[in-house]
Design a protein around this ligand. Structure first.
Ligand SMILES: NC(=O)c1ccc[n+]([C@@H]2O[C@H](COP(=O)([O-])OP(=O)(O)OC[C@H]3O[C@@H](n4cnc5c(N)ncnc54)[C@H](O)[C@@H]3O)[C@@H](O)[C@H]2O)c1
Length: 323
């Protein structure tokens, strides 16, 4: 088994690559290193790992990228509402145009499967628990491009089996750390500034640890014939939290944090998500919870393993560094 992981040097993709290698799955990564992040040199001497610095918008690469792989894990994207606001043209070009071109090339090359990374942000503001059949109400260009790509894949999958993964908001430590994701962001701000400001404190979102997510993706790969041609909300029942509950978890590990509630601030997303479908197909379990991960991040900050908190590498809104 050999996987092509697009965006495989990113926050999630790098963790998936690690877990794939641990499972003796061969990995080919393409990433343009948008954030000037480190190339995972740790894997270079592993004959099961190949890294290509390149841009998936360069469709002339697709043929060779797909030549010797069985399945595509498509993570590369402009990720997050703020980044898509800053880079609207690139968001359309990478998240939709390049995704469709890669999917179509994978169809032509008769690959075994295409796993597309979408988002629970597609639900926007949901009443009750959102299931895979709930209405999609994207509130940002980012989510819109994900919804449109999902639709294209579902309508054109006759000759290529797919899985669409609608991810919860991810947290935890990764080789390409992100401090712009709610749990990681709250933990860092509480640690550094003893201060959190929160807009819509009672709004809900589901969360998943990056290790639990990557492990679940590998389970989907290994059970592909059982799970293929499905949309899955990816997360765990019990991991839907209000923002104020994330702040509470942080305050259990960091003392004397002042919390201000903002009257305005922009992010209107509010959705609770049901993950029963995933559970009915796979025996997927979470090792982490938000509170456990806050402790893990605090330990890394306490021990000064990370000190360059303002380094643009940790934030998806930093300027684009061309490939
Ligand atoms: N992190 C989350 O909370 C979350 C939630 C829902 C969905 N997702 C989805 O998961 C996927 C991965 O997200 P992430 O958090 O790892 O983000 P990330 O920004 O860390 O990873 C994206 C990677 O793609 C690379 N990339 C971007 N454009 C590229 C291009 N044109 N060619 C080659 N490489 C390119 C970047 O360099 C980066 O390494 C995305 O598709 C995202 O939409 C993430």
């Amino acid at each position: 088994m050999k996987l092509l992981i697009t965006g495989g040097a990113g926050y999630i993709g790098s963790t998936i690559a690690n877990i794939a290698l641990q499972n003796h799955i061969q990995v080919k990564v393409i990433d343009c290193l948008w954030f000037n992040q480190q190339i995972p040199l740790i894997h270079y001497s592993n004959p099961n790992y190949e890294f290509i610095k390149g841009d998936i918008c360069d469709t002339s690469l697709h043929e060779s990228l797909l030549a010797d792989v069985d399945m595509v894990i498509h993570c590369a994207a402009v990720v997050g509402d703020p980044a898509s606001k800053l880079f609207p043209e690139l968001t359309q070009k990478i998240n939709y145009d390049a995704s469709i071109a890669l999917f179509n090339r994978a169809v032509a090359k008769q690959k075994k499967g295409f796993i597309f990374f979408s988002t629970c942000s597609n639900y926007g503001v949901a009443q009750g628990m959102a299931t895979e059949d709930s209405d999609l109400k994207p509130l940002s260009l980012y989510a819109e491009t994900k919804v449109h790509t999902e639709q294209y894949i579902i309508e054109n999958h006759q000759e290529l089996d797919y899985i669409i993964c609608r991810l919860s908001t991810v947290y935890g430590l990764s080789p390409r750390m992100r401090f712009d994701l709610t749990v990681n962001d709250f933990t860092l701000n509480a640690f550094r500034k003893k201060y959190l400001d929160i807009f819509l404190p009672e709004s809900y979102r589901p969360y998943i640890h990056v290790f639990d997510l990557a492990s679940t993706i590998i389970q989907l790969v290994l059970n592909f014939d059982k799970v293929k041609n499905n949309v899955f909300n990816l997360g765990f029942n019990g991991e839907n939290y209000m923002k104020i509950e994330i702040a509470d978890a942080v305050q259990k590990h960091i003392a004397r944090v002042k919390v201000d509630i903002l009257k305005e601030g922009g992010d209107l997303r509010d959705y609770k998500v049901d993950f029963s479908k995933l559970k009915s197909f796979l025996d997927a379990k979470n090792i982490f919870t938000v509170e456990k991960s806050v402790a893990e991040i605090v330990a890394v900050l306490d021990s000064k393993i990370i000190t360059d908190f303002d380094n643009p590498v940790y934030y998806n809104t930093t300027p684009f560094i061309p490939a």
